[in-house]
Design a protein around this ligand. Structure first.
Ligand code: BG6
Length: 506
């Protein structure tokens, strides 16, 4: 486990830094909300600290729970001190705070948009160039109202033709709660805006280690020839959390594990592992290939849903604040997924996600096929010949590990499994950005590679919908699991049936 890789970085400019983030006014709807306080403002703070925020970038919070800009800034300072990945340095905070203003008001009240228009006009004079980035940190039910008002007040432009100022929107997941609502949302957004103006966030795509999946696959020639059904036995994708619903009981109880993380985070990771090489690294070329994977997911009928999926709830979930005492919402799910295409036919992708599990671990384990014949003598040695596993650790302890078989030192042939391990932290002497930081900068430079596209979101729902609907129709009681464990035994049975095992979680 102690082997590290020497880092020999290639000189020259970074490959993707083709376009610089442009000045803009960033308007956060839901500016006093949980997401803004935990992630968005701390992310902007760290960008400012690293000198990555354009000088003429201004931030306007829109909310109701505080009265004025000084109170808003005080609220944000307190939460940034709590949630920032680096210590808050007073001088940098003051510089950022000087760029933050506030508009108090209801989302459907015309007076709010009058106030916002005035504020944006003032900021245009400070160099934002009329560029606007609207961040919708509010429930999807508010989107039509906001978009309608923005258009009515002339605050959003239909396109970016002729090099004029741009307006873009960033939208949080989950994008809809099923195929029908996602289609309706896409249709509504597209009636106001061009697809190139819509940035649908899946923050997993902004994680350094998730982006590295592509660099790893397409920057190393040795893996591509074996990256297919001929050499890979199965793929496991795990997103295990130790935390529960953390004060988000209402949202979570209406959402559940499948909609909350599988429809988006897990399927995006699956797409990056399974996709074909894109024609180029350009935004739509990458997204085309991810969408092809979503299109190839085998949609399950009711019988297959029963055979290939497991849902469960942690004991104590129903007593969480704002959760129904009779809730049947799953906090854990495990699925066996098939991809119907040339490369992956017959290779199962096992997905599992859960809250209150024994360990926090997000990882992708690619298990290769066993050697065809054991040449090392007696059964005892042959039984130790575990297959090679390539492990992409997304978090924590981000890195890549490869399990290999080697000879145990000594006169006789005995074998052991050893691990070659690359750790980001040990290899690179630099802190990793939070996903939101990367996504803000990409949106400011108009690069949508790491955002979900309308067709991808709809294809993902097309796969998820029959599972959720079958679950919703069943009257069977939901299985419970103990907090702090690896989940319910049904989750283990799902994979054991195929004579395989999950990677340990406790
Ligand atoms: C969010 C989900 O999208 O992702 C949360 O809504 C989940 O329920 C979170 O906890 C996990 O993100 P991360 O970055 O902590 O792995």
């Amino acid at each position: 486990m102690d082997d590290t890789f020497n880092v020999e970085s290639a000189p020259g400019a970074p490959f993707v830094a083709e376009r610089r983030p442009e000045p803009c006014a960033m308007v956060i709807f839901g500016g006093t909300g949980d997401l803004a306080r935990r992630k968005l403002i701390p992310g902007l703070y760290n960008l400012a600290k690293d000198g990555l925020l354009p000088a003429a970038c201004r931030i306007v919070g829109l909310g109701r729970s505080v009265d004025d800009a000084p109170a808003f800034r005080a609220l944000l300072k307190e939460s940034t001190e709590k949630f920032s990945r680096t210590n808050v340095d007073p001088a940098t905070w003051d510089e950022l705070a000087a760029r933050i203003s506030y508009v108090k008001g209801d989302l459907d009240d015309p007076a709010t948009y009058n106030g916002l228009r005035k504020e944006l006009q003032r900021l245009d004079g400070e160099g934002t160039g009329g560029n606007r980035l609207y961040y919708f940190s509010v429930p999807p039910s508010s989107f039509p109202v906001i978009l309608g008002r923005l258009r009515e007040f002339g605050l959003i432009y239909a396109d970016e033709a002729n090099g004029g100022p741009w307006s873009r929107i960033m939208i949080e997941k989950p994008f809809g709660r099923d195929l029908e609502s996602a289609k309706a949302l896409n249709k509504m957004a597209r009636s106001f805006l061009d697809e190139s103006q819509i940035f649908r966030i899946d923050h997993y795509l902004g994680k350094e280690t998730v982006q590295n999946i592509l660099v790893f696959r397409f920057g190393n020639a040795i893996f591509e020839p074996i990256w297919n059904r001929k050499y890979i036995d199965n793929v496991q994708i795990t997103a295990a959390e130790q935390i529960g619903v953390e004060g988000r009981g209402k949202f979570y109880d209406e959402t559940g594990a499948l909609r909350d993380v599988v429809q988006n985070h897990l399927l995006e990771m699956l797409a990056l592992v399974a996709m074909e090489p894109p024609v180029s690294f350009k935004s739509d070329d990458q997204r085309d290939e991810r969408v092809q994977v979503f299109r190839s997911l085998r949609v399950m009928d009711e019988h297959e849903v029963r055979a290939n999926t497991v849902r469960a709830q942690y004991r104590g979930y129903r007593a969480e604040p704002n959760v129904s005492p009779t809730s049947r919402t799953p906090t854990y799910t495990a699925l066996k997924v098939s991809i119907d295409n040339w490369r992956w036919q017959g290779v199962p992708f096992y997905l599992r996600a859960g809250k209150k599990l024994g360990k926090r671990s997000t990882e992708i384990a690619i298990t290769f096929q066993s050697v065809p014949l054991c040449l090392f003598g007696h059964d005892e040695v042959c039984q130790r010949l575990e297959p090679n596993v390539l492990l992409l650790r997304i978090q924590p302890d981000e890195g890549i590990a490869l399990k290999l078989i080697c000879k145990t030192p000594g006169e006789d042939i005995y074998v052991s499994t050893v691990t070659m391990d690359f750790s980001y932290q040990r290899a690179f002497d630099r802190p990793q950005q939070e996903a939101y930081e990367r996504l803000f900068v990409d949106c400011m430079r108009g690069d949508a590679s790491l955002f979900a596209r309308a067709d991808g979101v709809e294809h993902a729902w097309r796969f998820i919908d029959p599972i959720q609907k079958t679950w919703d129709r069943t009257d069977d009681p939901i299985t419970e699991y103990e907090p702090g464990t690896a989940g319910p035994k049904e989750g283990d049975e799902l994979i054991l049936r195929d004579r395989r095992m999950w990677r340990p979680l406790t």
